[in-house]
Design a protein around this ligand. Structure first.
Ligand code: NCD
Length: 304
């Protein structure tokens, strides 16, 4: 992984993933041991779309390794507003940093950006494409709570536009998980993702109702309807508010079902579920720091 770009979960093998998760566990256990490991390293932050968790946890991770960040700030306050191309922006910013983290609304943008830079670039979300580092922290959370043996996962919500889903499904295939996808007909997995999963040997089933599959699940991964990606607001309104769960929904689930969500949530998970032992989404968000520390450390050659 040293000096590699991280663009898609498709490029991560099971052993790559386990290496990151093992190192993340060590770092979570003893963060002081690595507090100066990357002193002087600068991470360039290019967020062309809103972010709370991804941006803040990458920032925290770099600082906890002794480094720092240089941040383009919002699109509104940068030269992107003056019409600068993505290629020019990344070419300039690579001169200010040792690695880059980029989020952009266009699918394929992260891959495209790598053609213009030599420093390693991490895709922190490219439109409805991929979000591989979210997947790493999702898997860390799954390993902590359910383990990978004989794992059955339900993924529910916006499977069409949800990039966290596209990345996670690929990685779960590496772990031979049984995958159930639950969504309205109009938000099913894109054909290209389904094709790739089949090619990779995934075991997947698609449903429009949660209750038929809920009793089998070890993990339920809920996602937000990605309103900003709908070409037409009326299409969004047709599906908004469907597929909500609450504490009562858990009556039909295994006692140790792990409920996850990449966050932010809108109304998919009622607040009354937060107080149950099923709710792991805040723990999941916290795991972003050790997991991104481990990934940065491996990319930047911390073990050399
Ligand atoms: C996700 C994203 O940006 O794709 N957020 C995150 O990084 N945790 C999920 C979402 O926005 O729904």
């Amino acid at each position: 992984m040293r000096h590699e770009h991280i663009i898609s979960a498709k490029q991560l093998s099971r052993s790559d993933i386990e290496e990151v998760l093992d190192r993340a566990a060590e770092m979570a256990e003893d963060p002081q041991a690595v507090a100066d490991r990357h002193a002087g390293t600068l991470l360039g932050m290019l967020f062309f779309e809103p972010s709370t968790r991804t941006k803040m946890s990458f920032t925290a991770a770099m600082k906890r390794l002794g480094g720092d960040v240089v941040d383009m700030g919002s699109v509104e306050s940068s030269s992107v507003k003056k019409g600068e191309s993505l290629a020019d922006t990344v070419r300039v910013v690579e001169g200010y940093a040792d690695a880059l983290v980029m989020r952009h609304p266009s699918e394929g943008s992260a891959k495209m950006a790598t053609e213009f830079v030599d420093v390693p670039l991490i895709n922190a979300g490219d439109g409805a494409g991929q979000h591989p580092t979210q997947t790493l922290l999702d898997l860390y959370t799954i390993r902590e709570n359910a383990g990978f043996d004989d794992l059955t996962v339900g993924i529910m919500g916006d499977l069409k536009y949800g990039r966290t889903v596209h990345s996670l499904a690929h990685a779960l295939t590496e772990f031979d998980a049984n995958q159930h996808f639950v969504s309205p007909e109009s938000l099913k997995l894109p054909r290209s993702v389904r094709y790739d999963l089949h090619e990779a040997g995934a075991t997947i089933k698609e449903h429009t109702e949660l209750d038929v599959v809920l009793p089998e699940l070890d993990v339920l991964y809920v996602t937000r309807i990605q309103r900003e990606r709908f070409p037409d607001e009326s299409e969004y309104r047709e599906v908004a508010g469907e597929y909500q769960i609450d504490a009562e929904t858990m009556d039909g689930a295994k006692d140790d079902l792990t409920v996850m969500h990449p966050l932010p949530r809108v109304d998919e998970i009622a607040y009354d579920l937060d107080d149950t032992t099923h709710a792991k989404y805040f723990q999941q968000a916290h795991n972003g720091v050790p997991v991104r520390m481990a990934l940065l450390d491996l990319m930047l050659g911390g073990d050399q």
